[in-house]
Design a protein around this ligand. Sequence first.
Ligand code: PRP
Length: 209
Amino acid sequence: MLNIALPKGRLGERVYAMFEKAGFACPSIRENNRKLIFENEECGVRYFWVKPSDVAIYVERGAADIGVAGKDILLEYQPDVYELLDLHTGVCRMAVAAMAGFRDDVRRRLRVATKFAGIAEQHYASLGREIDIIHLNGSIEIAPILGLSDVIVDIVETGTTLRENNLEVVETIVDISARLIANKANFKFKNEPIERLVASLSAQIEENR
Ligand code: PRP
C-alpha cells in the first residue's frame, strides 16, 4: 500500500487528478464528505488530506510514503526528505513587499513581518541586513499598513492581495511551486510504485508545457 499525503484544498485536488491519471485512482476521495483518509486496495493506494504545511512532517516521519508540498514549506522547514519532482503547479513566488513608495532606512533594523521566518532570515543574512522578525500566522499584509512592520515576506500569487492593500513587491526572493516528496527509507522499500508514479507525472507535466 502506497501512503500519500495530499495538501487539503484546490492544489491537492488538482494534484490528485494527476495521480489518478497515473494509475493511482481512489474514487471514494471524490465523495462529498468530511473524511480525511481514502483507500483503494485494487490500486494499492491510500490518500490522506492534511494541512498543506503539515505534509512534509507526515512524509519525513514515514506516516506517508510520499506527498505534495510547496517549495516554500521545504525551504522554511528543511525536512529530511527526497524532493522527487517539480509538479509545475501551485506556482507563485516568495517576495518582499512594502507600502507603495517605501524607502529602506539602512541606519535602522528592518522590521519584517512573516510566516516564513527561516526564509526571511536567510535572505537578509545573505544581504548583510539586520532585521527583527515579527512572526505572524496569516493576513501578513496588514502589518505594514498598521505600522507593525516595515516590510513583509510572503507568498505572492496573482498579486491581488498586495494591490488591494496598497502594497507592492520590493523584490522576489525565490520562485515557488508544488513538489513531490518522498520519505527516504520508504522510497527504497516502495521504489516500484513510486518510480511508476514519477514517470507518469513527468510525462503529464511534459504534455502540459
Ligand atoms: C496567501 C498569501 C497572500 C495571498 C497571495 O494567503 O499569504 O496573502 O495568498 O495571493 P495573491 O497574490 O493571489 O493575492 P493565504 O490565502 O494562504 O492566507 P494567509 O493569510 O493565511 O496567508
